[in-house]
Write a protein that binds this ligand. Structure first.
Ligand code: COI
Length: 354
């Protein structure tokens, strides 16, 4: 890919809207920066990419994305250190994953040089939108949509690859309690659960709204065949601390190979915390909650970072989790953020300077 000449066409806004943004009161994903990256796939090739003012798109109503959900996305974050240097966290993994998702959805893969050059130029242009200080970041949303105006149910012959950016603080405001899924499923064997396919997320909205009505913010999805094993939370991978051991489900074609998930596993290993990557049953977690050995449940994801779970319910049994002084959740959050904000060593080379 490196032999591609990367000529990005750039047009800038005449005036930034940054002055109108209250960076201390951000709702996740509501405010977008001044510019966006767009690259069209037509006639069998990705065309010259553009960075231009953030604006609505004009897309034919018959475009396949609207009818068949042929769309994938990624979630990444940019951080700024005290010297105004911008950092990404393991961006190569996002690049590989969007192409893995695209492959599964019959979308042509995006060239690596375009991805990194587009991201770099866009982030440098939007640097003022990346606020310093732990907890502040710029959430980056690369995505691909099928744009061919045709409603036969087959892969599109045209696509848009785009990157939009949104200043972010926390994803979940307040306590997160979860329901363990008993009836609905997120993903099945041989399906698209491992991909960041748009429909994986849309399909969770209805069951999650039922959970909301019962006072739970999220569902922890269980395996579709038996509902006996805990898999992921949809916006996050999920970890259980039983005694001092960390448990998490192995990735599979049903579970997203989360970048925060694998970073937590690595950090646990680096810090002498035993991690068991294996199937985790609903029964063992309920039993551990009853006998007091379940100390923590937390989610791990790009948007959510590390999110402690305050309680859960399954089959009418509700459990509260203890509030720990020295939780693994806060330990991993601190370790991760110190790497992300260039406040500590980066032994695994996860930081990527922009
Ligand atoms: C992310 O953590 O970046 C995700 O993709 C989850 C999202 C649906 C907010």
């Amino acid at each position: 890919m490196s032999d591609l000449s990367i000529d990005i066409k750039i047009s800038k806004v005449s005036e930034s809207k940054i002055q109108s943004v209250d960076f201390n009161n951000l709702t996740f994903g509501k405010v977008f920066t001044d510019h966006m990256f767009v690259c069209n796939f037509v006639d069998g090739a990705w065309q010259t990419p553009e960075i231009k003012p953030y604006q609505p798109l004009t897309i034919d109503p018959s475009a396949r994305v609207f009818h068949y959900g042929q769309a994938v996305f990624e979630g990444m974050k940019a951080f700024k250190d005290a010297d105004d240097q911008i950092w990404l966290f393991r961006p190569e993994d996002n690049f590989n994953r969007i192409n893995k998702s695209s492959h599964r959805m019959a979308i042509p893969e995006f060239p690596k040089a375009y991805f990194f050059e587009g991201l770099t130029q866009l982030l440098r242009m939007e640097s003022d939108w990346i606020q310093k200080g732990k907890g502040n970041s710029l959430y980056i949303r690369p995505f691909v949509i099928a744009t061919e105006p045709a409603i036969s149910a087959s892969p599109s012959n045209s696509y848009k690859f785009m990157i939009i950016c949104s200043p972010a603080q926390s994803y979940y405001a307040g306590e997160v309690k979860v329901l363990f899924a008993e009836q609905f499923s997120r993903a099945a064997d041989g399906g698209v659960g491992y991909a960041k396919a748009a429909g994986n997320y849309g399909a969770q909205f209805y069951p999650t709204s039922l959970a909301h009505a019962k006072g739970y913010q999220q569902i922890i999805w269980t395996d579709a065949n038996t509902h006996e094993y805990l898999e992921e939370a949809g916006t996050m991978n999920i970890f259980f601390r039983v005694g001092d051991t960390l448990l998490t489900a192995p990735t599979s074609d049903r579970i997203l190979d989360g970048i925060t998930r694998k970073s937590v596993i690595q950090l646990a290993e680096d810090n002498g915390i035993t991690v068991e990557v294996r199937r985790v049953s609903v029964a063992e977690i309920k039993e551990a909650a009853k006998n007091g050995s379940l100390k923590e449940i937390f989610g791990a994801g790009t948007a959510a970072v590390i999110n402690p779970i305050a309680g859960f319910e399954h089959a009418g049994d509700a459990f509260e989790l203890p509030k720990l002084e020295n939780s693994y959740a806060s330990f991993f959050k601190e370790k991760l953020m110190n790497i992300q904000y260039n406040l500590s060593e980066d032994p695994h080379g996860w930081r990527y300077g922009v």
